[in-house]
Write a protein that binds this ligand. Sequence first.
Ligand SMILES: [Cu+2]
Length: 148
Amino acid sequence: MQSAMRRLSFLAGRLSLVVCAVLASTACSSSGRSSHAKGTVVRVDEKDFRIVVRPKRVPAGNVELVLRNDGPVTHELIVVRGRRSHLPLRHDGLTIDEDALPETGVLEGAGPGHVRRLRLQLMPGRYQLFCNMAGHFLAGMHAELVVD
Ligand SMILES: [Cu+2]
């Protein structure tokens, strides 16, 4: 019974986190830049086939990812909470099974030179950032962000 309650509150926490992410991205797209506290800015640079995250460790709360695609091909960014070793591969063996994961945030694919922002409210834990275009994760497009 107690473990069931713990699981429920864990799920509720995940749900509120997803809702926050959705609200943040909506606010971003409707008003451009918001004037209230942006929180910690994390630079995420993508290129064939790496993701560099700076800083790699941030305090919990509002985090703004600034994603830059250095190309030369289109890349996307998916953020999930958990350890990399727990990310499930699809049967194609080339991509992560996103449907099996509670996503924290997503920026769909964009071409070289694009800079986009994703605002998230993150609770403490380990987060995996990866590109899930066919083969890109396996080629090395993943990085970890630790939230204290
Ligand atoms: Cu990619």
